[in-house]
Design a protein around this ligand. Structure first.
Ligand SMILES: [Zn+2]
Ligand SMILES: [Zn+2]
Length: 412
């Protein structure tokens, strides 16, 4: 994939660099040329280059800084530049180790609930070992390569390592078996990993091996796109803490001119969907409920036609897809730059409440994943002990959902 034609003028000084993914470039459309140049210059002559490695979330957070705290822009870019090498290093480790980390955590969770986890003993334990170099140093040293040749080889080698995991994971499976027995279900992958993985499925996140991946859009990125304030975010935190569901499935659902699901994928329902939120589950009574638990409070779109089977998508999956396919929202707009502005306007008006619900869901899930980490670190921890951790004091929701399912720990 090349550079977006509408970026041609602003990226001229660095057009030889590898362009970011579609989403990164769409976010770049919302950033003036002089700021892009500043980002480029921040890692001039030193790899990894910011232009090649900033994520969609990073670009979106620049948009937020420009709009809300322009005086902090220089610092923000400098911070990106000093962190980028570490970000890339961690991402390479995650690419190698994610399968194993997920399998280990799932084994613990499944066994706690009394389910068979033997498929995880040998499965998916790939390349945890430090990825070995393709060529030995001694061999390369004898090749008398020039500085330029050597740099190029190193760069390619780093790319190979960072893509290693993504290439071996069977990402797409039959949609009908998303909650099948042996599919992974714990959403432990970082947004960096998800952003890379979803390139393989043309930004259709629902095609990955589990429905539980959240779109790689951070709270900061939602803030930037929807023009939310810190006070709005505090409200979302309170909503998450109180487990408030604004769009319960038992009620009518919100009609805010969401695109038909057929616009996201051919053959799906062509009618306009409504927005609902998943409820807060009680103790999961079977394996499939345990696998779906991680979507408590999550906003989704569903059409109203009775018996319609191809009618469901998570709200955040839709948002992520639409950002990469802005013509689906506003086909008549004269340019992508305008489409991006119109899309942001939509998030600031009609879709503002769903975005707030999405952010509340992110906070709910963050708490759940923290609990998973506590449990996987210490299998004999009790529900009370979990709730004694500072983060979880006064959070009744987590008593009624997740920790309750771990009450059995006290018995064993
Ligand atoms: Zn990188
Ligand atoms: Zn339908």
């Amino acid at each position: 994939m090349g550079w977006h034609p509408e970026l041609a003028a602003s990226i001229r000084p660095f057009s030889a660099l590898q362009p970011p993914n579609v989403h990164g470039q769409i976010a770049m459309l919302a950033i003036p040329a002089d700021v892009l140049l500043q980002v480029y210059e921040a890692t001039l002559g030193q790899t990894p280059f910011l232009i090649e490695h900033l994520s969609f979330n990073d670009w979106a957070s620049l948009v937020a800084v420009m709009q809300n705290k322009p005086e902090e822009l220089d610092n923000k870019i400098r911070e990106f530049a000093s962190n980028i090498a570490e970000v890339c290093r961690k991402s390479a480790i995650e690419n190698r180790a994610l399968n194993l980390i997920t399998a280990k955590a799932e084994k613990i969770i499944l066994e706690l609930h009394g389910y068979d986890a033997s498929h995880l003993d040998s499965a998916r334990q790939v390349s945890i070992a430090e990825g070995s170099e393709t060529f030995s140093d001694t061999y390369i040293n004898r090749m008398s390569l020039s500085h330029v040749e050597l740099d190029y080889l190193k760069k390619k080698e780093a790319e190979r390592r960072s893509n290693a995991h993504i290439e071996i994971t069977p990402l797409t499976r039959d949609a009908g078996h998303k909650f099948a027995k042996n599919n992974p279900f714990l959403p432990l992958a970082s947004s960096t990993w998800t952003e890379k993985a979803m390139q393989r499925v043309h930004n259709r996140l629902w095609k990955l091996d589990t429905f539980n991946y959240a779109a790689p859009i951070s709270v900061e990125a939602y803030m930037a796109l929807a023009g939310l304030t810190e006070a709005d975010i505090d409200n979302c935190r309170t909503t998450a803490r109180n487990a408030t569901i604004y769009f319960a499935a038992t009620r009518g659902g919100l009609d805010a001119d969401f695109p038909p699901i057929a616009n996201l994928e051919k053959g799906k329902c062509p009618r306009k969907p409504l927005l609902h939120q998943k409820g807060i589950p009680k103790f999961p009574t079977d394996l499939s409920e345990l696998k779906k638990l991680w979507n408590a409070g999550r906003p989704y779109l569903k059409c109203i036609c009775p018996g319609c089977e191809k009618n469901f998508t998570w709200f955040d999956h839709m948002i992520r897809y639409v950002i990469g396919n802005l013509d689906k929202v506003d086909p008549r707009a004269p340019s992508h730059k305008i489409r991006m502005l119109e899309f942001q306007a939509l998030l600031r008006t009609k879709w503002r409440k769903p975005i707030m619900a999405q952010i509340s869901f992110i906070f709910m899930r963050e708490c759940m994943i923290k609990i998973v980490h506590l449990i996987t670190q210490n299998k004999t921890i009790s529900a009370e002990e979990i709730l004694n951790f500072e983060d979880f004091i006064n959070v009744p929701f987590y008593i009624s959902s997740l920790p309750r399912s771990f009450q059995m720990l006290k018995v064993s």
